[in-house]
Design a protein around this ligand. Structure first.
Ligand SMILES: [Zn+2]
Length: 883
């Protein structure tokens, strides 16, 4: 029975979508005002696999209906704020969406428009709302309204029009002014700023979602004066007394102050303890700025004016000195002011100009910003005006000492700045080819150390291995193997390790993985590094199957065989198993990997008969016949006398989902008549148990054992997660950083001896330590499959971190102690993607000398209990060499 094809098959779907993208010149937004739709990433991934894997005959399943519900907040139905592009969702053109929805149905449609954001065209996912207060001359609120659905690209003129309409004011637009009252609610010291450039956009002025705006009618005389003063870089403070407005002054930024010898204590009692207002998820920036600001050596260099001499306006990869100058402005506002908080609006705008990834309002990675900032300031202050082109000579006879010195000198000929002086060190990197064992040693500079957390490095895995059994064989039991392997190893390493343990040759060992929320991956590719795959999911279940064919040969075709639970019946969770061949979608609804025990078999792609297939299935399922009456007879019985019925359906690309309703029961004769050909797309075979007594016994005696073994895997995976809360030391992280790793395929190394790219092994050792040592704890792991934050508590010393045992360079040469003290920390709280950043920093300029403070955006408070500093929220650590 064949259904009519009602829509294009996979490859035609892809062609149609490709054609749409080609018409628009690619798969990225190119013009303002385009319509794009948000689609669930899991669905689009399954769809791509479906339309792309056909040639490889991997039998990827047709995806079901589009389901975007998990992208929406439960109640408001708004788009969730914690989504990450490509992990949670993808964007497709509206025309592509229209095609997909026509083929697959589902929804709901989440459509968005493109805007210009900085120098880029982007899809605006979230719209803003503002609270607008109409105030009189005395700042008494007359009326107010909420403006919803505001685009970041809206100009002040448009915003004003919207506000006037919404407030139902009858006056012409040139008689009213909008004021930015970011801190209006909190009566902060920074007063409202007039928004007088009407052509600027919401984004350009960094207005913040949910903030208050004041709308004020223009007064004949008074406000004209007021406006004049605000035009000169001052904002008017609106006091509530109805007196003439008091002019608010931003901290003076005159040459006088800039070039004064740096001595904050005397002039500004609040120096260094000024907060930074949050301008919409800017805590990632604020926390990094506060830590840098408490790097006294760097701050002195800026505030004393010395940095002016180094400004490099001609550096093609610098920013013409603008970033350095803007950073100087931030420092002035943090150290030479009487204010308690400062909005770093200008700095953020300039930052976005140079690094569009930091534009807009999204939460970013504080460490990435720090790296960008240090690098940007370095290039802006690079004392090298013309970088010479130098090539390091290949000469293997030189000692490490000579090579490292030469590398450092060459580095300094191209890179020489206050940042290099303070922050840069050097490590030795040794790469070894796995084939010919050629090794290569280089000495590379670093600006910070990114340390892996132990959880990140080793993974304990339990893998169920199903050995193949011959047609006449008995009933092999699955065996569970446990192993521990570094996440930096590849799937190939894992298969070799497993092969040693279970005795199945690697070329016959296929590795599978199941996720509760997703389908089986068929099979996992060898070159993938474990940390780049789904292995990190604690809910993952691993299964390895022995197959008859050499899996490295392409002649065979893989058929996964799934056990399926009938969801409609329930016997306290134990239900008769059915079988589905090559059917991924159905068991997914069961939502539990233990409902699906994959068995895999290979058949020859050309000319395998139905009867051959039948015998293979029988062999695979004979583990269920491994006891009592079926143990001996099952292999030779005819279909009619077997305890199950076979139903078969040839899946068409057009069918939304394979349904048992469409399946036709097959007898021995019709099964024998079937011949599978290379072009046979996919056949789904359902196995339905006939005899419930048999099933009950089978289940009680045999399946429950299997299920228990799966349960143990699940509980082990959970244990792994709980272990992460155990205490670890910074020293262990440093040792892990030194540990050998296998390079990933993308980062493979070109071996000059093999003349080929190799997944070489790589080892790092610390060679030269900088005066200011930044340590980044890799709490976030982004992989194609998962994103995780490790909440691991890393115990790090506040006083006296000793690096002597890690330094392999010539210690006598440096004649420096390798003892470091902590002076600042960036903290991250909460989940990845959202979350909140704060900074702890030590300041010696205030009453109680050398005290720690907590910088939480605009608020700054002393830390009474020093033990707070060492917490599992610590993300970037700033150490200074003890002198
Ligand atoms: Zn080689």
């Amino acid at each position: 029975k064949r259904k009519m094809v009602e829509w294009p098959d996979g490859s035609h779907q892809r062609e149609e979508v490709d054609a749409i993208e080609e018409r628009h010149g690619g798969g990225a937004p190119s013009e303002v005002g385009e319509r794009w739709c948000v689609v669930d990433a899991g669905w689009i991934h399954r769809w791509r696999r479906f339309v792309e894997t056909k040639e490889k005959n991997q039998g990827a399943e047709r995806p079901g209906m589009i389901d975007n519900h998990q992208l929406l907040e439960d109640l408001s139905r708004d788009l969730r704020r914690d989504l990450v592009e490509r992990v949670d969702f993808e964007l497709v053109r509206k025309e592509v969406w229209d095609c997909l929805i026509g083929w697959y149905d589902g929804g709901p449609e989440i459509s968005r428009t493109t805007i210009r954001s900085g120098r880029e065209i982007t899809v605006e996912l979230y719209l803003f709302c503002f609270n607008v207060r109409h105030v009189d001359f005395a700042n008494v609120t007359q009326s107010q309204c909420t403006l919803n659905g505001i685009s970041r690209a809206m100009t002040i003129a448009e915003l004003k029009q919207k506000a006037v309409n919404s407030l139902e004011l009858s006056c012409s637009l040139d008689k009213v002014r909008l004021w930015n009252a970011l801190n209006f609610q909190s009566e902060n010291e920074v007063g409202p700023e007039i928004l007088d450039d009407e052509q600027k956009t919401v984004e350009e002025l960094l207005l913040v979602d949910g903030q208050t705006l004041l709308l004020k009618k223009l007064a004949p005389m008074k406000l004209l004066m007021d406006e004049e003063s605000s035009g000169n870089g001052h904002a008017s403070h609106l006091n509530g007394q109805g007196k003439s407005p008091v002019t608010f002054r931003f901290p003076k930024q005159t040459a006088m102050i800039t070039f004064l010898p740096w001595n904050p204590k005397q002039r500004f009692p609040n120096a260094g303890l000024v907060g930074l207002n949050n301008l919409g998820n800017t805590c990632f920036m604020n926390s990094a700025l506060q830590c840098l600001s408490h790097t006294d050596e760097l701050t002195n260099f800026f505030l004393s004016g010395k940095f002016q001499e180094d400004i490099n306006q001609d550096n093609p990869i610098g920013m013409g000195g603008i970033l350095a100058k803007e950073y100087h402005q931030v420092l002035l506002n943090l150290w030479t002011t009487e204010a308690t908080a400062y909005p770093p609006r200008q700095f953020k705008l300039h930052l976005a100009q140079f690094a569009p990834m930091f534009s807009g309002y999204g939460q970013q990675d504080s460490q990435e910003l720090l790296a960008f900032l240090l690098d940007g300031i370095h290039e802006d202050l690079n004392r090298i005006r013309k970088k010479p082109y130098i090539e390091l000579k290949e000469n293997e006879s030189r000692s490490d000492d000579e090579l490292s010195k030469e590398s450092w000198e060459l580095h300094k000929k191209r890179h020489d700045s206050i940042i290099v002086d303070l922050f840069q060190g050097q490590y030795k990197s040794t790469v070894v080819c796995p084939t010919c064992h050629k090794s290569s040693v280089t000495f590379d500079p670093f600006m910070y150390l990114s340390l892996p957390l132990p959880h990140n490095s080793m993974r304990k895995l339990s893998i169920i291995v199903w050995k193949r059994h011959e047609l006449t064989g008995g009933a092999p039991r699955p065996r569970k193997y446990q192993l521990k392997i570094s996440r930096k190893r590849t799937v190939r390493d894992l298969r070799f390790m497993l092969s040693d343990m279970c005795g199945v040759p690697t070329k016959h060992l296929l590795l599978w993985q199941s996720l509760i929320s997703d389908c089986f991956e068929i099979p996992i590719s060898d070159v993938v590094r474990l940390d780049e795959h789904m292995f990190d999911s604690p809910s993952a279940v691993f299964v390895a199957s022995e197959v008859a064919h050499d899996i490295t040969e392409a002649v065979s075709s893989l058929f996964p065989l799934y056990r399926r639970t009938d969801l409609s019946s329930s016997r306290e969770g134990l239900v008769p198993p059915n079988f589905i061949v090559s059917q991924v979608k159905q068991f997914k609804e069961g939502g539990n990997p233990k409902d699906a025990t994959p068995m895999i078999f290979t058949i020859d792609r050309s000319g395998t008969s139905g009867s051959k297939l039948d015998s293979i299935i029988r062999a695979q399922t004979s583990r269920y016949f491994g006891f009592e009456e079926y143990s001996k007879s099952a292999v030779n019985v005819e279909i009619s006398s077997r305890p199950y019925t076979l139903k078969l359906v040839e899946s068409e690309p057009g069918s939304a989902r394979d349904s048992m309703d469409d399946a036709v029961e097959v007898d021995q004769e019709s099964l024998n008549a079937i011949v599978f050909r290379p072009e046979t797309v996919r056949v789904t075979i359902f196995m339905i148990w006939n005899n419930s007594d048999f099933v009950d016994r089978l289940y009680d005696h045999h399946e429950s054992n299997i299920l228990r073994s799966f349960d143990r895997v699940a509980s082990l995976a959970t244990m792994e997660t709980q272990n992460s809360s155990l205490e670890l030391s910074l020293h262990r992280c440093l040792r892990l950083w030194e540990e050998e790793e296998t390079l990933s395929e993308e980062n493979s190394w070109y071996c000059p001896q093999c003349s080929d790219h190799k997944q070489a092994s790589k080892r790092l050792v610390l060679w030269r330590a900088p005066d200011i040592l930044c340590i980044h704890l890799k709490r976030f792991s982004y992989t194609h499959w998962s994103r995780n934050k490790l909440e691991t508590f890393v115990k790090f010393p506040v006083e006296g971190l000793d690096l002597a045992s890690y330094l392999n360079g010539p210690q006598a040469l440096e004649q420096l102690p390798h003892i470091y003290d902590l002076y600042a920390v960036i903290n991250h709280y909460g989940s990845l993607g959202g979350g909140h950043y704060t900074a702890f920093a030590r300041s010696k300029y205030h009453a109680d000398a050398d005290r720690w403070y907590d910088f939480d955006d605009a608020s700054v408070s002393p830390i009474a209990d020093q033990s707070r500093i060492q917490s599992s929220n610590a993300y970037v650590l700033f150490y200074r060499r003890r002198r």
